[in-house]
Design a protein around this ligand. Structure first.
Ligand SMILES: *Cc1c(COP(=O)(O)O)cnc(C)c1O
Length: 408
């Protein structure tokens, strides 16, 4: 079975359990900011807690926050749970990012922040965004905070420059499905010393120190993940996954549930153990990205002429956290490939303003592209450990099943 995603782990990440060194969280922050060329980094238990804390620390409240209609739903949760109002903007089908020509009409005197998501690793046009924001700040007379959501786009570049260093701050997610992982965890980077002290101060005052049992639970989880992705057992796990909420619970199902809520431990700070795993992963970062790029290029070359597949663009500076193609008959395709031992992902299978919990924020707009993606996006395996022979098998299987994809 070829899994839909796989964290890039080996024994080194497990051996951190023997590492008695202290201050791993601060070391992780330091090395993280170094790698992504930011002045400061602040670690959190989840990406969503980081975003929530950022709104709180900056005193952004009862304001409108612009976010893409098609993104991870936890972003919208962070907006609502921090006491703000999400204002959705539709995406483009070209690179799955927010359509900047529609942002103008979403901006108003209540807008205090924009979450600029670089979805699936594709850099958003940060130069154009900056111009739009500057103009809007003058027009409405308020500061508008620009937060780069780099959860899919660690190290993505626009015109050769890291997108995470544009705007006021950048958000990273570090759960096991991300480009690099610290088991769970999130990070904010910034070059603004005042923002840094506020955020850091807020975290240290309000977030609880994790107890020993949390470290242990995280380690067991990591151990489980490590063995679950062993190719010899993954097929079995996948069976279990279909029958039980085992892995689904971690990667998929929590996105599907319709309640606006956070996990109960969202204010329990990142554990030392997680930071140590993160430190190991940082060192593998470029290896991971290089491999993903190679996979994306391979798919691009070999799937070009397969009818019924709408391929994503090859974009300079993209990091390919996911390689997402649009298809008709998604469920049939997923089933057919699973029969051939290949698991396709459908990572974001919702359009947030179409969800019941968020309908009241949709303002009668249609978010047509977001809806299309929610129905027809599948992602192919692009993880660093995917062997060349296996990705060739993915291509081969897609070619022979092309007939059932249909065309439009
Ligand atoms: C994963 C993710 C986050 C953060 O998620 P957490 O699970 O809370 O760490 C934020 N934005 C996007 C687009 C993501 O995919």
């Amino acid at each position: 079975m070829i899994p839909r995603f796989m964290p890039y782990l080996d024994r080194e990440e497990l051996l951190v359990i023997l590492d008695r060194n202290k201050f791993a969280v601060s070391r992780f922050e330091e090395e993280f900011s170094c790698l992504f060329e930011a002045k400061y980094a602040v670690a959190f238990p989840y990406g969503r807690s980081a975003l929530w804390a950022l709104f709180k620390a900056l005193g952004i409240e009862n304001a409108e926050v612009i976010i893409p209609a098609y993104t991870c739903v936890v972003v919208a949760h962070a907006v609502v749970l921090s006491g703000n109002i999400p204002r959705f903007v539709d995406i483009t089908l070209r690179d799955f990012n927010m359509n900047l020509s529609q942002i103008e009409s979403a901006l108003n005197q209540r807008t205090r922040a924009i979450i600029a998501t670089h979805l699936f690793g594709y850099p958003l046009n940060v130069d154009l965004l900056q111009e739009i924001v500057k103009f809007a700040e003058q027009r409405w007379g308020n500061k508008i905070w620009v937060i780069q959501d780099c959860a899919h786009a660690f190290g993505a570049r626009w015109n050769g420059k890291l997108v995470c260093n544009y705007g006021d701050a950048a958000l990273f997610g570090l759960n096991i499905s991300k480009l690099i992982t610290s088991v769970f965890g999130g990070m904010i980077t910034t070059n603004d010393s005042e923002l840094y002290s506020k955020l850091r101060g807020f975290r240290d005052k309000h977030f609880e120190q994790p107890n020993i049992s949390k470290g242990l639970r995280r380690f067991l989880y990591l151990l489980m993940v490590y063995f679950a992705f062993d190719r010899r057992v993954y097929g079995l796990i996948n069976l279990l996954e279909e029958k039980t909420p085992f892995l689904n619970r971690l990667t998929k199902a929590y996105h599907l549930d319709e309640r606006i809520h956070f996990p109960p431990d969202y204010m329990e700070q990142m554990t030392e153990l997680e930071a140590k795993v993160g430190l190991v992963q940082l060192r593998k970062y470029s290896e991971i990205i290089d491999r993903r790029l190679a996979h994306a290029q391979y798919y691009d070359k070999h799937l070009r002429n397969v009818p019924g597949l709408q391929l994503p663009p090859l974009v300079e500076g993209a990091t390919y956290s996911h390689y997402v193609v649009l298809v008709n008959n998604r469920q049939i395709l997923i089933k057919e490939l699973l029969r051939r031992g290949i698991q396709l992902g459908n990572l974001i299978q919702y359009s947030i303003p179409h969800m019941t919990a968020y309908a009241k924020y949709a303002r009668d707009q249609s978010f047509a592209n977001s809806y299309i993606c929610s129905r027809s996006a599948v992602n192919l395996p692009v993880y660093a450990s995917l062997e060349d022979t296996l990705r060739a098998r993915v291509v081969e299987s897609l070619r022979v099943t092309a007939a059932i994809l249909g065309t439009d």
